[in-house]
Design a protein around this ligand. Structure first.
Ligand SMILES: N[C@@H](CCC(=O)N[C@@H](CS(=O)(=O)O)C(=O)NCC(=O)O)C(=O)O
Length: 193
């Protein structure tokens, strides 16, 4: 397998963590796509992922899979333990819901802040910034951190009793928050722990 990503990227980290959990890292060739130069917006990369984002998984036959959640679902189905996307129908549903919620309420919100209310990837890449929207999404992410803190005061992991794809998405949020120097509120003790 080939993974097109950027070594320090928050979203790429989600797939790298999943690969490590599944003990699949040795079978992967990582191909760096330089975000800072806008390589993800070039035609040859867009042919692999219409959305022009990283990571993208490319199989031997050229099939390309984008979107961290989709790639993780594929990897989880590929090899057995440990399960990252749930065993029972309910576990699968809860993990999917909490992964999506981690994106909407934390990770994606921080990404919007980065691209809109900071210099982001630079003027050549950031074509249409909306500072107000970026600041509103930053505030949404801070509210999301309090939500996930409340979740972790009640249960050991984001989707319940076991580590899952949802925890990995929240970790992606931490990585992005750190990258943009958005501190996790000190009162979010369970989340910080
Ligand atoms: N919904 C996508 C989002 C992926 C994403 O935004 N990736 C970032 C990489 S990183 O910020 O995490 O390093 C990207 O490609 N950004 C480039 C761009 O937005 O042009 C997913 O879940 O995979």
């Amino acid at each position: 397998m080939k993974i097109y990503d950027w070594p320090t990227g928050p979203y790429p980290a989600r797939v790298r963590i999943a690969l490590a959990e599944k003990n699949l890292l040795s079978g992967v060739e990582f191909v760096p796509v330089n975000l800072w130069k806008g390589e993800q917006r070039k035609a040859d990369f867009l042919a692999k992922n219409y959305s022009g984002t990283l990571p993208v998984l490319e199989l031997e036959d050229g099939t390309c899979l984008a979107e961290c959640t989709a790639i993780t679902v594929y990897l989880d189905a590929l090899v057995g333990e440990p399960t990252l996307t749930g065993r029972t129908p309910l576990e699968k549903g809860v993990i999917h819901m909490m992964t999506k919620r981690a994106e909407i309420e934390m990770l994606d919100a921080i990404s919007v802040y980065f691209h809109n209310a900071t210099p982001g990837l630079g003027p050549d890449v950031e074509r249409d910034q909306n500072r107000e929207w970026g600041l509103r999404q930053r505030d949404r992410a801070l509210r999301g951190m309090h939500y996930f803190d409340a979740v972790l005061r009640k249960q050991p992991f984001i989707a319940g009793d076991a580590f899952s794809m949802a925890d990995i998405a929240v970790i992606g949020g931490f990585i992005f928050a750190s990258a943009v120097k958005l501190p996790v509120p000190q009162e979010c003790e369970a989340l910080l722990a």
